[in-house]
Design a protein around this ligand. Structure first.
Ligand code: NAP
Length: 330
């Protein structure tokens, strides 16, 4: 099968697109013929040698996938050949990734693709959709009428946070780095959107929520807690899911006197049952046409290295070139 893989970690050029033997599904695994995959920033950190865990060699990159069930292991109960499926959480914790024509995935990480929903859409929503759901509903427990500030409203995660927060009855203010990104935040449902390059976020937030926001979702890898705690209402919550190497100062007094809380998490440590709760809501909203993927680029598998470079340049080096998800087609 065709696959995008690395033999050793390093820059995007380490990715080889070539032939590998297709995987054989284990007893609880489903062999998926992959029709769409998507890039996430973590793919680039792993490829670059972050070494969160040992990698299989060769290591196929990628966490997200959509496709069609080709074959199932003898203990698989949820799926049969021909089913359309999507999923995430591959390429992590030592598992092989999804950037290939075929991928063997434990059935616990797969969900049915709703009829009429494009494979590119479910692939692009997979990891970021589960992340947004965990952060909003397991961590922040967002309530109808509450206010939320989303930094990075057109990003992979932020674009889903805006939509899900609106579906939960929240009032959303989001940031974008250009006029087009601000307009896109509004299209995704944000009640207010701020160009952080040309406008003052603090005053826009004060106008939007004079007593502070109930939740602030930080997507930056260098959070400034002095700034964020200043944005929060009494008992405000910060959702944090990026910046492993960040060691910023923390305003202890302002934080606890306001009764604030800080919610950090990684999606890949959520259990299969927790992730399925997210996926079922995602599927329901997709069926109801209330949720969409914010797709920025669609590239063939042969351009996997370019896809990684674009993602890395955008997320790590802040090029601004990507506005949402990069989908890769095997
Ligand atoms: N913990 C987890 O489970 C989990 C899950 C998913 C992602 N993550 C991490 O979360 C981070 C975001 O992921 P993602 O997929 O959403 O990445 P992304 O698509 O690259 O989005 C990053 C966002 O950051 C914004 N941004 C960059 N510089 C900014 C600045 N100076 N001020 C304000 N906004 C700025 C960008 O906005 P503009 O384009 O408008 O500049 C963009 O919307 C990554 O570090 C990723 O590794 C963690």
């Amino acid at each position: 099968m065709k696959a995008a893989y690395i033999q050793q970690t390093g820059p995007p050029e380490c990715i080889v697109v070539g032939e590998l033997p297709p995987p054989t599904p284990g007893p609880t695994e489903v062999l998926v013929r992959v029709t769409a995959a998507a890039v996430n920033p973590i793919d680039t950190y792993i490829r670059n040698g972050a070494h969160y865990w040992d990698l299989p060699r060769p290591f196929i990159v990628g966490c997200d996938l959509a496709g069609v069930v080709e074959r199932v292991g003898e203990r698989v109960r949820r799926f049969v050949p021909g089913d359309r499926v999507w999923g995430s959480n591959q390429g992590l914790l030592g598992r092989q990734g999804t950037f290939a024509e075929y991928c063997a995935v434990d059935e616990c990480w797969l969900y049915p693709t709703p009829p009429g929903v494009d494979d590119q859409v479910v692939a692009a929503l997979a990891l970021v959709g589960i992340t947004a759901h965990l952060g909003l509903f397991r961590e922040a427990v967002l309530q109808p009428g509450q206010t939320i500030g989303v930094r990075g409203g057109t990003g992979g995660v932020g674009s889903v946070v805006i939509q899900m927060a609106k579906l939960a009855g929240g009032r959303v203010i989001a940031t974008g780095g250009s006029a087009a990104k601000v307009a896109r935040c509004r299209e995704l449902g944000a009640d207010a959107a701020v160009n952080y390059r040309t406008e003052d976020l603090a005053s826009a937030l004060r106008q939007f929520a004079p007593d502070g926001v109930d939740v602030f979702w930080e997507t930056l890898r260098e959070p400034d807690f002095d700034e964020i705690v200043g944005y929060l209402a009494e008992r405000g919550k910060i959702v944090l899911m990026a910046g492993r190497d960040a060691r910023p100062p923390f305003p202890v007094g302002p934080f606890y006197v306001k009764g604030c809380s800080l919610h950090g998490f990684v999606m890949f440590k959520a259990s299969p049952d927790e992730q399925r709760v997210c996926a079922e809501d995602i599927n329901r909203w997709l069926r109801e046409r209330k949720l969409t993927a914010n797709i920025s680029h669609v590239l063939p598998l042969a351009e996997a290295a370019r896809a990684h470079r674009l993602q890395e340049e955008s997320t790590v080096h802040k090029s601004g070139e990507v506005a949402g998800k990069i989908v890769v087609l095997p």
